[in-house]
Each structure stands twice: as C-alpha cells, then as structure tokens.
Write a protein that binds this ligand. Structure first.
Ligand code: SAM
Ligand code: SF4
Length: 347
C-alpha cells in the first residue's frame, strides 16, 4: 500500500480508504476508457463521419492509467475494473495494460476483477492473449443477428468477425461471456426472441440495454426506448422466466425456468439504478466522472503530469465522489444531456 491512506482528505469523517458519497453509496467499480476511437460507427453512439478524437498526447499512457488504478485499488476501495472506450481493442497492446492491472492487489491482498467491454471485432485475434494477461471476462456488443441490419446499425459489415469473436471468448474461458444488445424501437426490436435463442444456443448471457440519450447525433427520443419490462414480457411468452435476486449491479437478471441460462435487462431509462450505483469512471484523457450522465468532470491528467502526489490525487477524487449527485433525470423536464456522447465518456 502507498502512504496515501493516512493523508486522504476525508470531507466528513467517513471510513478512510473508501469512496463514499452523501447518499451513503460506496464506489467499488472503476470504468476506465482507454480510447475514444472506434472501428465501428454505431448509430446510437457515434456519427457516421466527423467525429473529433482526443489528440494522442492527451490520452493517458498505460503507465499513467496504472498509477491511477493502483491508487484506486490500494487506497480508495475499488475492487473491480472494466476497460471500455470507444473500442478498447483498437488501442495497441491492450494486453500490456491488462497485465499491469491484473497485478494490482486490494489492501486485503485480493486480485481485482478485470473485465472488458468490446464490440468483439478483434476477439478472434486477442481473446487468448487477453486471458493470458489476466482478463477475467468480456461483454460483447451485438445489435443484430442479420447481416444487413448489423451493417445498418454499426455502419460496418462485420457480423462474421463479431460472432466468431464471441465464440473465441467462450473458448478462451473469458466467461461468463455477456452479449450486450441496445434495443432501439423500429431498428432491432423485432429480434428480441432471436437474441434470446442465439444466447441459449451459444451458452452466453444476453443483456438488453435500454437506449440512452448519449448518441452523438442527438436524435434520441423516449419513443425509441424499448423498456426492460417490454423485453422481459416478450421473452417470457416464449421462454418462461423467473427473477434472480441480485445486488448493486445494474442488470436485472432473469433465469429461464427450463434451466438453460439467464438474461439481463438494464433499465437505465425506465427504472434507473442510481440509488445502488457503485461505479465511477475515468475517461481516456484522464477526466474523472462520478456518473455516466455527470455534467462536470474532475481533471486528473494535469495534476498527474505536474507532479501531484498520490495523496493529492486521492484527496481530489474523494472530494469529487463526496459531491456525487443522487442520479440522472432522463425523461424529466429538467434532464440535461451531457455534452459528450457515449464513446467519448466510456460506456
Ligand atoms: N466499443 C465497445 C462496445 O461497443 O461494446 C465499448 C464501448 S461502448 C460505448 C459500451 C456500451 O455502450 C456498448 O454495450 C454499447 O452498446 C453501449 N451504448 C453505446 N451507446 C449507447 C446508447 N446511446 N444507449 C445505450 N447504450 C449505449
Ligand atoms: Fe464503437 Fe462501441 Fe460506440 Fe459502437 S457502441 S460506435 S462499437 S464505441
């Protein structure tokens, strides 16, 4: 452990070494975006053209990411790390970063669970290397099982690579492999049962994500959101479901009554899980965010590059988490969209 814990600025006398907010929530999960770049252009995330990317010199290096991650794990109570983006596999030598993070230990001496959210297009090449470096599991995005539809939604003709990538992740043992589908009304809501069937056949867990107002085009509307309730009731008619008791995680889990696995639904819009939120985020250029929808960020890159000590950085982060809001207000008149889209924040 570093010498930070003894010096952490503790705004209210809460337990040292924990990231606690005024609503009594404790952050335990850190999402790290490693790049805002991507080889896909999903309609609900990025524009077809004209996306501006963070200049390379502003991206945190793997050494900088790992210094911050060590601080979060050793001194600030983080127990799991998810790598995301943009598309994390477009950043060179991602396995090198995974190995650096997999070496971290909590104060109790436990390893940290390292997972990855990816569009899957590079997994046939990378799954084994990432597992060998210490990756525990993957979430792979898949928005259609039909070639033309997949192309329309991702603007890339890459369905074969992604399906093969999901299989490669299973073979590599990056399990449970979770497959994320964002359901957008009028685009892929007719494939809900097909997704369930595919996942049952392949032995992966399908997770349906409600479409959130984080698309770069700004064309999101509530009418396009297919609610978790709607998804569960459609599947239940074909494959009867039973609820699974779960903790702070956002997916509401349901198991098939016939024992052939389970599904997850993420009702971020219709039934937000903000009251149980245990996550915080670091963007690719080193901005710390306490919420996906936060309107402000804490710059960690400049202090990091200008000689801040671990204690200085821990104090900044602790204070930011203490000020975390109760939650977003999607669908209410006072909802304000963040000025960054999903790939820029890190989903
Ligand atoms: N490129 C990787 C991928 O697609 O899995 C990781 C980054 S992506 C931003 C992370 C997750 O956010 C993906 O599961 C993606 O489907 C989801 N996502 C992107 N835009 C979204 C939106 N507007 N609403 C809901 N989920 C979204
Ligand atoms: Fe890229 Fe993922 Fe966004 Fe699709 S959802 S454009 S794969 S970052």
């Amino acid at each position: 452990m570093t010498d930070t814990a003894a010096h952490v600025l503790d705004p209210v006398g809460t337990a040292q070494g924990a990231l606690v907010d005024t609503f009594g929530r404790t952050a335990k999960d850190l999402r790290i975006s490693v790049t805002d770049r991507c080889n896909f252009r999903c309609v609900y995330c990025m524009p077809a053209e004209g996306m501006e990317f963070v200049p390379r010199e502003e991206l945190l290096s793997y050494e900088e990411i790992s210094r911050l991650a060590r601080l979060f794990v050793e001194d600030l109570g983080i127990e799991s790390i998810r790598l995301t983006g943009g598309e994390p596999t477009v950043r060179r030598d991602l396995d090198r970063l995974v190995a650096m993070l997999a070496a971290l230990r909590t104060p109790a001496g436990d390893p940290v669970e390292i997972s990855l959210t990816t569009n899957g297009s590079a997994l046939t090449r990378l799954a084994g290397r990432l597992r060998d470096a210490g990756l525990s599991r993957v979430n792979v995005s898949l928005d259609s099982l039909k070639r033309e539809r997949f192309l329309a939604m991702t603007r890339r003709d890459a369905i074969d690579e992604v399906l093969a990538g999901i299989d490669a992740a299973v073979v590599a043992g990056l399990t449970p492999v979770k497959v994320n589908a964002v359901i957008v009304r009028g685009h892929n809501d007719d494939e809900i049962i097909d997704f369930a069937t595919y996942a049952r056949d392949r032995g992966v867990q399908i997770r349906f994500i409600e479409y959130m107002p984080l698309d770069a085009s700004g064309s999101w509307s509530l009418e396009q959101v297919v609610s978790a309730v709607e998804v569960v009731s459609a599947i239940n008619e074909v494959y009867p479901l039973e609820p699974v008791k779960h903790g702070a995680e956002p997916a509401t889990r349901w198991r098939y009554a016939d024992g052939l696995g389970e599904i997850g639904v993420i009702p971020s819009v219709t039934n937000p899980f903000c009251g149980d939120c245990d996550r915080v985020r670091l963007t690719a250029e080193g901005q710390f965010r306490t919420c996906l929808f936060a309107l402000d960020e804490l710059d960690l890159r400049h202090p990091l590059r200008s000689g801040a000590t671990d204690a200085d950085l821990a104090a900044l982060v602790t204070k930011a988490v203490w000020g975390k809001w109760a939650g977003h207000r999607i669908g209410r008149v006072d909802f304000i969209r963040p000025n960054r889209s999903m790939s820029q924040i890190g989903g």
